[in-house]
Design a protein around this ligand. Sequence first.
Ligand SMILES: [Fe+2]
Length: 373
Amino acid sequence: MTMAYSMQFPPQVLFGAGAVEQLPGKLPAGAKILLVIGASARHNGLQKKLETLLADFELTIICGVMPEPDLDEVDRIIDVGRQNKVNAVVAVGGGSVMDAAKAASCIIANPGSIRDYFNGSRSIIDRNGIFLAALPTTSGTGAEITPNAVFIDPESSIKKSIRHQYIIPDLAIVDPVLTVSAPSSVTAASGMDALTQAVEAHISRGATAFTDALSAQAVKLIMRSLENACKNPDDIQARSDMAEGSMLTALAFSQSGLGAVHGIGHPVGSCLHLAHGLTCAILLTPVLEWNKSVAGDKLAGLAALCGGTSADDFIRSVSALREKTGIPADFKEAGLKEEHFDFIVKNCRSGSMKANPADMSDQDVIAMLKRLS
Ligand SMILES: [Fe+2]
């Protein structure tokens, strides 16, 4: 079998506490910047800090991006960027800010709207986007370095990823200090997303020796520090482990693909309007149980990094971590009902589902959803 190693990462990645200070020197001189930041930045001092750091640049600011953004939200950002003739985007926020800003920076330089590309009426993105710097304030998706962005089409409720090399940021600055103000519930959900991505990458059909090294290290960092990052938000070592773990995760899964948690998780999330990380956290244990028969050795290898010896030990540790971070074991509270199953089954057959190590039929998916509802 031929393995495909396609190295598409940002040309510059800066990692470490205080790395944000280097942002101004890394931007194109004289750039007109669209600064896209999360709503909390207005209250926690981050917006002020960025305005000070970027005082030498002409700034247009969008503060606040809807969670799990839809296509209209991306088009809003594109319109603001075009109207203000910006030639660089600086995205500072969680996964939703990252995804919306990544797509906007690309489509601003191309004709049409995000809808045209999402729905396939324009399939070719033929121009590189404007300069994009990505600075995550949560440790989760790793979107600061990946070539894809996930959106919901408000008309069809379909949630899917668009993927293109021109969506990859030109610069990623991963500074764990930026994650200190994330509330514990956000740290938990985004951290469980990172863990899910690491584990799915590790047991994916597309895993290679290269991605295994990255995903195993990511699992080790996240398993040792997520609980601490939730309980002691100012613990810079825990925040640093989480930031590095989530970045390594994205380096792995953007090569290996993911698995059934992400395949099933997208339609579940769009049905229930549930945050992506929570959806992943709830699905991870049952999907690992399902995959155990074909991925048991690899799961046992991950257990060895976290003080266990068997696949069951690892699955138990994952489940315990979910519980310790305050995330429920099923979708009962979130309102999953039998009437949702048809939509979920119809919309779960993505690339992630194909990369899952053990096949899942529609009946298998429904049986799992029944147990979780
Ligand atoms: Fe994810």
